[in-house]
Design a protein around this ligand. Structure first.
Ligand code: MN
Length: 134
C-alpha cells in the first residue's frame, strides 16, 4: 500500500481507533481530537484512514466543515458531482446541508485535519459500485 508513513500521523499523531464513529465508516479510521473546547464553536480533529476506508454519506447541519489534507491520497465527493482526488495541501470546504463523503484511495493511507461546526447527520454507506469505479 502507498504512503504507509501516514499510518503514524504526518504532523499530528493519528490518535486512537475511531470507535465512536466506526458505525459510520467502512474500514478502519483513527481520530485524534485536537480541539474540543466547549467555549469554542468549532472542533478540530486529525482523521487517518486506512486504504479503502471512507465515511458514509453525511451532512454537516447548522455549520460547515473544512478539510486540510496532510497525508496520502484520498477522495471527496458531493452528491451529484464527480469525486475529487485529494493530496496533501488540498483544502475542501463543505457548506451547510451538502451531502458528501470523504476517505482514502483504495491503495493508499490518507489523512486530513477536519475543522467542523454544527452537527453531522449520518446517512447511507458509499456503495462499492460508487467507490470501486473511482
Ligand atoms: Mn464531512
Amino acid at each position: 500500500m502507498k504512503n504507509e508513513e501516514v499510518k503514524d500521523g504526518i504532523i499530528f499523531s493519528a490518535g486512537e481507533p475511531n470507535d465512536a464513529y466506526a458505525q459510520y465508516f467502512i474500514g478502519q479510521s483513527y481520530l485524534n481530537n485536537l480541539v474540543t473546547d466547549p467555549d469554542v464553536s468549532v472542533g478540530v480533529g486529525n482523521v487517518t484512514f486506512e486504504p479503502g476506508c471512507r465515511n458514509n454519506w453525511h451532512i454537516h447541519k447548522n455549520g460547515f466543515q473544512i478539510l486540510l489534507v496532510t497525508g496520502g491520497e484520498g477522495w471527496y465527493q458531493e452528491d451529484g458531482q464527480p469525486a475529487r482526488k485529494l493530496v496533501p495541501g488540498d483544502v475542501v470546504v463543505t457548506h451547510d446541508g451538502v451531502k458528501h463523503w470523504h476517505g482514502a484511495a483504495k491503495d493508499s493511507w490518507f489523512e486530513h485535519l477536519a475543522i467542523t461546526a454544527g452537527q453531522a447527520e449520518w446517512l447511507e454507506p458509499v456503495t462499492d459500485q460508487i467507490y470501486d469505479a473511482l
